[in-house]
Design a protein around this ligand. Structure first.
Ligand code: PLP
Length: 317
């Protein structure tokens, strides 16, 4: 299962000249029309594991607008597997007229949708709940909400190898954070494919910056650290990561007027479409950090567009 390489392009702005930095964007939403960006990388090894275990059903969890639900449904269809989506919100069960475009599309692609009330939904990571679910669906390979587990993290090995071939001497990498699996994977494999020569040559620390799109995201840090594990920085660049928690702009899927103005400006200026939940806040945070002089002179910044464009469609609710 190999997808095409996605482009990295340079973008320009007077502020970049003034601060003497270069800014590049990896258009990873072009990875696959329906399994965009980071969701492709996160699902890839999960699917391989499911196939190894001879399971023919992907089962996962999400809200009504979840990019992960959309991607899992598309991936299952693409590979001729069954899929089950456990969706938060019992009230949707008998009201398909209230389903979001995400749910309608997932359903059209063959995903079986089950609805859980918000209380039960909160139990979805507990062992006893998962054991019962596994008994109910013995053929299912269960993937956690948002798709994050160590298979997801390791799915970024190939991604970082590709990225480092395209732009070996980046100094800062920005990515949006929901669960943190993507940030962990990009950090774990930050040096992937870098030769000893290029590491010594560039002699620079690589800084990976995650932008949390939800409120009070500090709790994610412990899990992210565990997913990254020990980074082997011998013969390679030193890698640091950080999680910016001040750019949620009201919380998950919330938008401020300022953010809406930013999206309009950005899309017009660069002709790069943004999704309403993740990438808009990452790009917003980058420009804000730059204005605050947080990016040193002569940095080479790489902003990862992780996809999520299915979320742009008008909602049916
Ligand atoms: C899911 C998603 C993220 C967040 O990924 P995590 O691994 O959960 O942190 C970022 N960007 C887009 C477009 C996404 O769909």
């Amino acid at each position: 299962m190999k997808a095409k390489t996605t482009p990295i392009i340079q973008i320009h702005h007077p502020l970049f000249l003034e601060k003497n930095i270069e800014v590049w964007v990896k258009l990873d939403y072009k990875r696959h029309t329906e399994i965009q960006g980071n969701k492709w990388h996160k699902l890839k090894l999960n699917v391989r594991e499911a196939q190894k275990l001879n399971k023919h059903t992907l089962l996962t969890f999400g809200g009504a607008y979840s990019n992960h639900i959309a991607s899992t449904a598309a991936m299952a269809k693409y590979l001729n597997l069954n899929s089950i989506g456990i969706i938060r919100g019992e009230e949707l069960k008998h009201h398909p007229e209230k389903w979001s475009h995400t749910l309608l599309k997932a359903h059209q692609q063959g995903m079986q949708l089950e609805f859980l009330n918000r209380y039960d939904y909160r139990l979805k990571a507990q062992d006893s709940f998962l054991e019962r679910l596994q008994m109910q669906y013995p053929d299912a390979f269960i993937i956690p909400e948002g798709g994050s587990n160590h298979y997801a993290v390791d799915g970024f090995q190939e991604f970082m190898q590709e990225t480092n071939q395209q732009l070996p001497d980046w100094t800062h990498l920005f990515t949006a954070v929901g669960t943190g699996g993507t940030l962990a994977g990009m950090t774990k494999y930050a040096n992937e494919g870098n030769s000893l020569f290029s590491a010594v040559e560039s002699d620079k620390t690589k800084q990976i910056v995650g932008v949390a799109v939800l409120k009070n995201a500090d709790y994610l840090k412990t899990q992210i650290k565990n997913w990254i594990g020990p980074v082997n920085s011998k013969n390679a660049n030193q890698v640091n990561w950080e999680l910016l928690t001040q750019y949620h702009l009201g919380g998950y899927a919330k938008q401020t007027d300022q953010l809406i103005d930013f999206i309009t400006w950005f899309e017009q200026e660069y002709s790069i479409p943004l999704d309403p939940v993740y990438t808009c806040k990452m790009f917003y945070a980058f420009f804000a950090e730059l204005a605050l002089n947080k990016i040193p002179n002569r940095s080479k910044v790489l902003l990862i567009h992780t996809g999520g464009l299915q979320g742009r469609q008008p909602s049916t609710i």
